[in-house]
Each structure stands twice: as C-alpha cells, then as structure tokens.
Ligand binder design. Structure first.
Ligand code: CUA
Length: 329
C-alpha cells in the first residue's frame, strides 16, 4: 500500500521532467554545460563577425564627393588575414572538442565505480525491456532506479537500431543489435523522468517511450522486494477467467512471474506487477479503458508492433483479461 501511495505521489503530481535544459542529475548537468559552451562560442562568433561587418560597412561607405572610379586598396590573398581566419576557427574547435570528447567517453567507456547499479536495457520494436541482473528482476517500459547512485545501463537492441535518451538525466546512446553500449546516468531527486527512443526505428518510433522512476534508496529496495514477490494469483471468478485467457493467448510472448507460467514469453514486455505501471504499452495512461482499447486493436495505437489484436474475443472475455491484468501487483 505504501508503495502504491508512493507511486501516486511520484506520478500524479507535477509535469514529468523531459528537458535537456533542466537537468536532474550530474550527467545531465555536464551535458548542459557542453550545450552552453557551444552556444556561447557560436554567439561570440556571430557577435564578432556582425561587429566587424557593421564597422566595415559604416567606415568604408560611399560618401558625397567620392571619386566613383577609384578602387579601394585590394587585400585578397593577405597572408595575415588568411592565417587569422584559419587559426581562430581551429582554436575554437579545439576548445569545443576537448570537453565534448572527454565527457562523451566518461559517460560511456569507463568501468563503473563500485556500488553502481547495473541494468540491462534492450530496445525492441517498439518498447524497452529492463533487467536487474543483481536482483534477478525484470520489467518493461518503466525502469525504477535509486536516487543519488550511479546507474550503469548496458544497452542492446533486439531487432533494429534504437537509441536510449532521458533528456533530463542524459544520453543519447544508440542501442545496436549484436553489441553492448554503456551509459552511466544518475538522478539526484526522486521523480518521474520521461525517456524516449531517439533513433528512427519504424512506424511507431514516435511512441517508443519509457519512464525512469527514481526513488530514495530505501524505497527503491522496497520496490525490488515487491518485484521479487509478485502477487499474480487470480482470486475472483472473473480474474480466474482472465488468467486462463491470458494463458491461452498471451504467454507465447509475455511473462508474468508468480502466475504459474513464469518462464514463458520473452519477446513481448513482461507483465509482472502490471497494475503498478503508469502506462499501457508505454503509450497510454494505465487504466481499464485504455488497456481494453490496446487489447482490441494494438495496431491502431502503435502501428507495426508485433502484438495481434484480440477483436475475436467478446466483451466479457476482454473485461476478464483487463480485470486480471489490473490486479497484478
Ligand atoms: Cu526505437 Cu525509435
């Protein structure tokens, strides 16, 4: 109950963070510093060039009484000027390149410090799978992390190239099939941070979103504990019917721990603890109505995704599936 209330607090209030200009962690802050540095250099160049331009236009304008045939002194090929406008841009590029490259490598290539939380994140068309190898827990589309602790995301892709981006925490980093990339992020404050796929990956790229939910460390441990002991057993007749229908229709692709069919289905998002998710399919608010919409016609919501629709089931059967899924804790 406390966890549920916590989720309510985290997800119900305030607008979710989704701006690289409003960083909520050290990586995001460093990246904003780089944005400011390059914007600063560009602004300086614009000001200097504009000032020289205005000065020259005013100083060398045609005045009344000027000899119309007189040609001003020609400076094309001036060694001094050529050297000047070759070296200045090179110096500016070096000032830009050194911190950019070193920051990029710091966030991706370095071995993580002890105490770093490891999470495997995999991109699928069109959803994100998350595994916590140290805890033997997995989830989908919503990744929970502790605040104030470095989190090492090991990024991979299942089908095509995706990209992992949480604007207010940091990124982007490509997720490539067949290789693993590393991205280390950290959230300083508890909250909900929007993430999205930043690489065009197919028809539903635009709705391939995920959420990072950051908890104070103690609450994060509670979340892990609740995931290790999921409540997935159906109780009412309706839930039992839903449980049976899910077993018949969904378990080839999805997994629900503690429901009697734990090890099945790895090609679709894991559904354990589904009622705690803030969204259906990472795209719609999680409520009964939206879940039913999704079950009936997932292609309408995320065109090109791999889930077939269940329009062959009647209303009562769909309601039973929704009822069961909404009791998974
Ligand atoms: Cu995955 Cu765009």
């Amino acid at each position: 109950m406390a966890i549920l209330a916590g989720f309510g607090l985290l997800t119900g209030c305030g607008s979710p963070h989704m701006s690289a200009l409003d960083p909520k962690g050290p990586v995001g802050e460093t990246q904003l510093d780089l944005i400011n540095l390059s914007t600063g250099i560009m602004t300086l160049v614009v000001i200097v060039v504009a000032a020289i331009y205005i000065y020259v236009v005013i100083k060398y304008r045609e005045r009344p009484g000027d000899d119309k045939d007189e040609i001003p002194e020609q400076v094309a090929g001036s060694k001094k000027l050529e050297i000047l406008w070759t070296t200045v841009p090179i110096i500016l590029l070096i000032i830009l390149a050194v911190p950019t490259i070193s920051t990029t490598f710091r966030g991706t290539d370095r071995e993580p410090e002890p105490g770093t939380l490891r999470i495997n994140a995999t991109g699928y068309q069109y959803w994100f799978g998350f595994e916590y190898p140290d805890y033997q827990v997995s989830t989908a589309n919503e990744v929970h992390i502790p605040t104030g602790r470095k989190v090492e995301f090991l990024l991979a892709a299942h089908d095509v190239v995706h990209s992992f981006w949480v604007p207010s925490l940091g990124g982007k980093q490509d997720m490539n099939p067949g290789r693993t990339e590393r991205l280390i992020l950290q959230a300083d404050e508890p909250g909900l941070y929007e993430g999205e796929c930043a690489e065009l990956c197919g028809a539903s790229h635009a709705t391939m979103r995920f959420r990072v939910i950051a908890h104070p460390p103690a609450e994060f441990e509670k979340w892990i504990a609740s995931r290790k002991q999921p409540k997935s057993k159906p109780k009412t007749e309706q839930q039992k019917q839903g449980h049976k229908l899910i077993a018949q229709n969904c378990i080839g692709c999805h997994a629900i721990q503690g429901a009697g069919y734990d090890i099945l289905g790895r090609t679709g998002p894991e559904l354990t603890g589904f009622s705690h998710r803030t969204r259906v399919a990472g795209a719609l608010d999680n409520n009964r109505e939206n879940l039913k919409k999704w079950l009936v016609n997932p292609q309408k919501i995320k065109p090109g995704n791999r889930m077939p629709g269940f329009d062959h089931l009647d209303d009562k059967q769909l309601d039973a599936m929704v009822e069961y899924l909404q009791t998974l804790k």
